[in-house]
Design a protein around this ligand. Structure first.
Ligand SMILES: Cc1ncc(COP(=O)(O)O)c(C=O)c1O
Length: 392
């Protein structure tokens, strides 16, 4: 589709939508391992579903339209996207610079898998461009950024960092899972590729796991598709189809979730038992100028600090009646995560503390329920936890 369409149109109409066989409004799920050769000896787009699949291609085309780039490359999970991308881009002897606060699985892949294969990485405070520039070495091949970072919501200046990296011939990849192309456009800011756990906002219904990478670089795209075929990390047709359905309401969901998240954050600030509350649209957010320069919305995530630490976290999550204690984010259900014991358990305790992923840190992924009911549930759970602490 043309680049002139609004996101709400692209999320519904982008990519291939009408079934060429019968005109079905929804593209079919091509649940087929293999495809008949039209002419033996000639290449054809679809031959075997580990390499390409028509339903997956439909999702890839729509995501490409949304990012104004080539069709995406879609993967079985967000981590399949992370691992395939890194294996495609780096080789033994290369060096990676990564944001210090990143999804725990990305940290683990770099530290536990790639280091054993001879790829070193340094994790630096990417909110400080000087620290990033200082970490570059002659052998640095890749700068991996996450903004807002999971789970502290720290931002980094994608445009400034992309310029620094470009000067040295270093590729820039941005994990844009938290905001999606609807709220942040890393490719327009100079990044070479964006990465998504589509498990989160893009699907948005807690129904699938999936991942995607978007780029405007044809060689990079081809490389990714080749390595995906080698590793067998492609998205399944059924998950791709479900993701296509979820994607249709992405702009609507993000708009409402961003507004509800701010409302929840405002209500939590000043609540007894709670320390710092973070949402990019709170006046207390430390990077307001960058938030407005780089993002077109605040997003649906809120974090807050329980003064009672781990014990309070266990009590609050245990006392929830409406919101669900769970690890995912970005879906229509409000989910409450204790990152230190869930998503970032792989990060050593001392390092978690240095990065602000404390034992009392709670990440809220605000869903589409009534914001008043979300606030009431959180407040009753926090009050219950406070009472239990007082009675001990
Ligand atoms: C920012 C971010 N990137 C990547 C991933 C990995 O995605 P998946 O769980 O789909 O493998 C996650 C998962 O939580 C995430 O939050």
């Amino acid at each position: 589709m043309s680049g002139n369409n609004d996101f709400s149109t692209l999320c519904i109409r982008g990519g291939i939508t009408a079934d060429p066989a019968f005109g079905a409004v929804l593209p079919p799920i091509y649940q087929s391992t293999t495809f008949r050769y039209q002419t033996v000896g000639e290449d054809q787009t679809f031959s075997y579903s580990r390499a390409e699949n028509p339903t997956v291609a439909c999702l890839e085309a729509r995501l490409g339209d949304l990012e104004d780039c080539l069709p995406a490359v879609s993967f079985s999970t967000g981590m399949a996207a992370v691992s395939t991308l890194l294996l495609a881009l780096v080789k033994s002897g290369d060096h990676v610079v990564c944001s210090d606060v990143v999804y725990g699985g990305t940290y683990r892949f770099l530290k536990e898998i790639l280091e054993n294969l001879g790829v070193a990485s340094d994790f630096v405070d990417a909110s400080n461009p000087g620290a990033v520039a200082g970490a570059f070495k002659p052998e640095t091949r890749l700068l991996f950024l996450e903004s807002p970072a999971n789970p502290t919501l720290k931002l980094c200046d994608i445009q400034a960092l992309s310029r620094l990296a470009k000067d040295k011939g270093i590729l820039v990849v941005v994990d844009n899972t938290f905001l999606t192309p609807v709220l942040q456009r890393p490719l327009d800011l100079g990044a070479d590729a964006t990465l998504y756990s589509t498990t989160k906002y893009i699907d948005g219904h807690n129904a699938t796991v999936g991942g995607s990478v978007c780029t405007r670089d044809a060689e990079l795209r081809e490389n990714l598709a080749d390595v995906r075929k080698c590793l067998g990390t492609i998205q399944t047709p059924h998950s791709a189809w479900l993701t296509l359905q979820g994607l249709k309401t992405l702009p609507l969901r993000l708009d409402r979730q961003s507004r509800s998240a701010l409302q929840v954050a405002e209500a939590l600030e000043g609540t007894p038992g709670i320390g710092t509350v973070r949402h990019p649209d709170l006046p207390s957010f430390p990077q307001t100028e960058l938030r407005h320069r780089q993002q077109s919305g605040g997003g649906g995530l809120v974090t807050f600090e329980l003064e009672g630490g781990f014990a309070a976290a266990v009590k609050v999550l245990g006392a929830l009646k409406l919101c669900t204690p769970a690890e995912n984010l970005g879906a229509v259900e409000t989910l409450v995560t204790h990152n230190a014991s869930m998503t970032h358990a792989a990060v050593p305790e001392e390092r978690r503390r240095q990065l602000g992923i404390t034992d009392g840190l709670i990440r809220l992924s605000v869903g589409l329920e009534d914001p008043g009911e979300i606030i009431a549930d959180l407040q009753q759970a926090i009050a219950t936890a406070n009472r239990e602490v007082e009675n001990v």
